[in-house]
Design a protein around this ligand. Structure first.
Ligand code: F6P
Length: 328
């Protein structure tokens, strides 16, 4: 594709919030697209803290060699309470002006986009790329890191199943997702769980857990897997109730931050690469305050304010499938 003519000469890129596999692939794409279009790219370190403190590095093509395969983020990431204050935003806007940045690309979740929207009020042009293992960014069907996290959790649970099967046990596995159940729902289906407990749907212990375990035992099932999203909470109480009601002695496994690590899957590498490239093009085309999203299987850019006003629930067809598949 031809180089885009634009007044943009230098841009910045940062990662913020919880890291997600594929963030590095996005950084690589932003840098390579910048080089292609003949503009400079600065890496801002430690999320919005780097903007406030002027913690930046120039990124050239050689700095992102081999990055497509690496989990985490070479720019580090952080949550930045100071960015919620007028003073913090003003300092960041001053840094952006001082550093001569004509645009800023941010990779993260809704909190990251709210920060970008707030600093855009100071005249800074921003573009967001959704990156979080939670897949809870309302404006996009997909967020970078979700597929890798699903696979990481699935492989860990497959290992757990070997020991569950040997001991004829019940395992309760807590997966991440903050207040959202997307990860738990996908992982639950992928692992053939007995039950999936999701923060979006209140559950009835007798009907949704105990009866399923009892029914499975009658049909000859010797081990049982309950997937609980972290947003459901009370996982130890759940284990106690299972013990009291079924006589099984469940083991609790909290997969935790392992789900955020590892080399990104092909889906995450490709999505991140395409979003990174498109984010640079969006800035060069002079569009203001956009988010790159997947909508109806297409990659498009949306207005940042509109994107932040959207809401997202669990996919109904996925819930229906999970319901049917856990009935016997
Ligand atoms: O948003 C990503 C996420 O991993 C959530 O699933 C989880 O609730 C949270 O971040 C954990 O955050 P921290 O890294 O601060 O413990």
């Amino acid at each position: 594709m031809a180089k885009t003519r634009s007044h943009v000469r230098r841009i910045g890129v940062l990662t913020s919030g919880g890291d997600a596999p594929g963030m590095n692939s996005a950084i690589r794409a932003v840098v390579r697209a910048s080089v292609h279009h003949g503009i400079e790219c600065l890496g801002i370190r430690r999320g919005y803290n780097g903007l406030i403190n002027g913690d930046v590095v120039e990124l050239k093509a050689k700095d992102v060699n081999g990055l497509i395969t690496r989990g985490g983020t070479i720019l580090y990431t952080a949550r930045c309470p100071e960015f919620n204050t007028e003073e913090g935003l003003q300092k960041a806007a001053n840094s952006i002006k001082y550093l001569g940045m004509d645009g800023l690309i941010v990779v993260g979740g809704d909190g990251t986009f709210r920060g970008a929207r707030d600093v855009s009020r100071y005249g800074v042009n921003v573009v967001g790329i959704p990156g979080t293992i939670d897949n809870d960014v309302a404006c996009s069907n997909y967020t970078i890191g979700f597929d890798t996290a699903c696979n990481t959790a699935m492989h860990a649970i497959d290992k757990l199943r070997d020991t569950m099967q040997s001991h004829e046990r019940c395992s309760i596995v807590e997966v991440m997702g903050r207040n959202a159940g997307h990860l738990a729902l996908y992982v639950g289906i992928a692992c053939g769980a007995t039950a999936m407990l999701l923060p979006e749907l209140p559950y009835n212990f007798d009907k949704d857990v105990a009866e399923k375990i009892r029914g499975g035992r009658i049909r000859g099932r010797t081990h049982h897997l309950i997937i609980a999203a972290e947003g459901v909470g009370h996982i130890d109480e759940l284990a106690t109730s299972i013990k009291e009601e079924t006589g099984m002695d469940p083991r609790v496994t909290i997969l935790g931050h392992i789900q955020r690590g590892g080399s990104p899957t092909a889906r995450d590498r490709v999505t991140a690469s395409r979003m990174g490239e498109m984010a640079v093009r969006t800035l060069l085309e002079g569009k203001r305050n956009r988010v790159i999203v997947i909508s109806n299987r297409e990659m498009v850019d949306l207005d940042m304010d509109e994107a932040l006003a959207m809401e997202k629930g669990l996919q109904i067809s996925m819930l229906n499938a999970a319901y049917i598949l856990t009935q016997i």
